[in-house]
Design a protein around this ligand. Structure first.
Ligand code: NOJ
Length: 567
């Protein structure tokens, strides 16, 4: 379980670095910045999809699982990148998107060509609802809403049948009930492993098993569609399918692979089953509880975030996976707003709060993931109007909400806070024109703060967020208590201080994080003993390694270490 000691770094290739001047990041751009990743010290790169794709959902709509999209490069460039990463002692994890394909994948074009096609059953096709005519409002086979607004079914005019798409209409869902589908996916995964990749991040993998009865969902008052997830979230055969993947693809491989399943709606109890090594399903899951604490009924209903809720949530996951299973630790990815704008202070305290949140997360028990740009404390984007957005989820939501009569300014205000495009602005490498991202016109606006927030500037500044991330990675690699220590939450009711200990053998770490802009006094149990501890990591430049202070400055975080007698 080498990945317990590892730090992963997610690359969203479109926005990382552009090597050929077309305004879209690519493999050549990524290859030219491996020094950055090596300097940071990360162990594994998770690469978001680079496969051929119509790019309806920026590559999460795949039309060929076994090639590279020309916008990103070639298979030869991919092989060279993989070799270069391996040469530097890093590993590469691919994105596996197999809940759905693109509607332009040959499997789907064949399926759509005729109800008699041998591929028809590779997807979910259904006639219109009994008593209604195809195309009539409400004739969809179920009343489910798509994750990207509107119905989850699209009518195929030629056959008069509908196909299921839980995401966009260009992302038809594969029918995993069909053993040929599963065999094709297994063989594709083996092909990538044979090429040398080191594992997979599995996109919405807990959606792949559907209740074949496809029952209608409850519809909330005033809504047009229902949430069908009862029929497909951790569906009836999910554990069987994951165990089968393990058997067919991973078992007996000489290389040590890593698997992490993206699992919306997963509970701690489910996650314990999914990540129990004895069950051989996945190594870790991505859960979404802690990234939903600022939301009401939908992600667009943004609420203030309360620190005690974060403690309750992360604390429960720490406890629930303490003995069996393992946690993934993340703040950001390509679907989440920037954490410093969300749970931190992206104004006066940008640097300090980004460091504080990073310390809080990385000192939990689990494997941390750094999303590109997080290591320099990137802020949310600045979007003037709807024309600045690119993401189909945001655009669909805007059209749908405004169409339904919502105030366009209010819809925009929510998009500015929660849109996935916040995470997708280009990485600012330096303060030069177009931030060193591209020589062309970037596909999405560059964050206007790039003269201040960029990799080169932070590299030159020891007190930067970037240097702090590097120290956090190094600490994990040097201090076994960070990886293996048990976890005890302190001060659960405190509204400003997030505090916990990690204990491994005779080493104990105390992590104190001031999640506020005010100076606060801390009262930790056993303060007398901690007053003689060593400060191994601090976030405020003048923190002195030998000094214990009973107060934390605004957004200050400290990690103390002491030896305890093993009783
Ligand atoms: C989750 C991915 O992270 C997201 O970007 C994508 O839109 C959906 N799955 C559909 O593939």
């Amino acid at each position: 379980m080498w990945w317990r000691d590892a730090v992963l770094y997610q690359v969203y290739p479109r926005s990382f670095a552009d090597g050929d001047g077309d305004g879209i990041g690519d493999l050549a751009g990524l290859a030219s910045h491996l020094d950055h990743l090596a300097w940071l010290g990360v162990d594994v790169v998770w690469l978001s999809p680079v496969y051929p794709s119509p790019q309806d959902d920026n590559g999460y709509d795949i039309s060929d699982y076994q090639d590279i999209d020309p916008a990103f490069g070639t298979l030869a460039e991919f092989d060279a990148l993989l070799a270069a990463l391996h040469g530097r002692g890093m590993r590469l994890v691919m994105d596996l998107v197999v809940n759905h394909t693109s509607d332009e994948h040959p499997w789907f074009t064949a399926a759509r060509s005729s109800p008699d096609s041998p591929y028809r059953d590779w997807y979910w096709w259904r006639p219109p609802r009994a008593g209604l005519t195809a195309g009539e409002p409400g004739a969809e086979p179920t009343n489910w809403e798509s994750v990207f607004s509107g119905p989850a079914w699209e009518l195929d005019e030629a056959s008069g049948e509908y196909y299921l798409h839980l995401f966009s209409r260009k992302q038809p869902d594969l029918n995993w009930e069909n053993p040929q589908v599963r065999a094709a996916i297994h063989s594709m995964m083996r092909w990538w492993l044979d090429r040398g990749v080191d594992g997979f991040r599995m996109d919405v993998i807990n959606f792949i098993s559907k209740d074949p009865g496809l029952p209608d969902a409850q519809v909330a008052a005033g809504a047009s569609y229902g949430d069908g997830s009862l029929a497909f979230l951790n569906g009836p055969r999910i554990h069987e399918y994951l165990a089968e993947i393990h058997r067919e693809v991973f078992a007996g491989r000489p290389q040590a692979v890593l698997t992490v399943g993206e699992m919306p709606g997963v509970t701690v109890e489910d996650a314990r089953l999914f990540t129990d090594p004895a069950r051989a399903e996945v190594d870790m899951v991505f859960q979404f509880e802690h990234t939903s604490l600022d939301q009401g009924d939908t992600k667009w209903d943004v609420r203030p975030f309360v620190l005690q809720d974060l403690k309750k949530s992360l604390g429960r996951w720490q406890e629930g996976l303490a003995e069996v299973g393992w946690n993934s630790l993340y703040w950001g990815n390509h679907d989440q707003p920037r954490v410093v704008s969300r749970y931190g202070d992206d104004g006066e305290h940008r640097t300090r709060s980004a460091k504080a949140l990073a310390t809080l997360l990385h000192l939990h028990r689990g494997t941390p993931y750094v999303y590109q740009g997080e290591e320099i404390g990137m802020r949310n984007a600045t979007f003037a109007g709807i024309e600045d957005f690119r993401d189909l989820e945001s655009l669909n939501h805007y059209a749908e909400a405004v169409g339904r009569g919502e105030d366009p300014d209010a819809v925009l205000a929510a998009l500015r806070l929660m849109s996935r495009d916040n995470a997708r602005t280009p990485i600012p490498w330096d303060a030069s024109q177009r931030a060193g991202f591209t020589t062309g016109t970037p596909w999405i606006g560059i964050n206007p703060d790039f003269a201040e927030v960029n990799v080169a500037a932070e590299r030159a500044d020891e007190g930067s967020v970037l240097h702090h991330y590097r120290r956090l990675v190094a600490l994990r690699h040097q201090e076994p208590a960070v990886v293996h220590g048990d976890f005890t939450m302190l001060l659960p009711e405190d509204e400003q201080v997030y505090a916990f200990t990690r204990r491994h053998g005779d080493v104990e770490l105390l992590v104190l994080v001031n999640v506020s802009g005010q100076e606060v006094a801390v009262e930790v149990p056993d303060e007398e003993a901690w007053s003689r501890s060593r400060l191994v990591l601090g976030t405020v430049d003048d923190a002195d390694g030998s000094a214990w202070t009973p107060a934390l400055r605004p957004w200050e975080a400290r990690v103390h270490r002491r030896l305890v007698t093993v009783g």
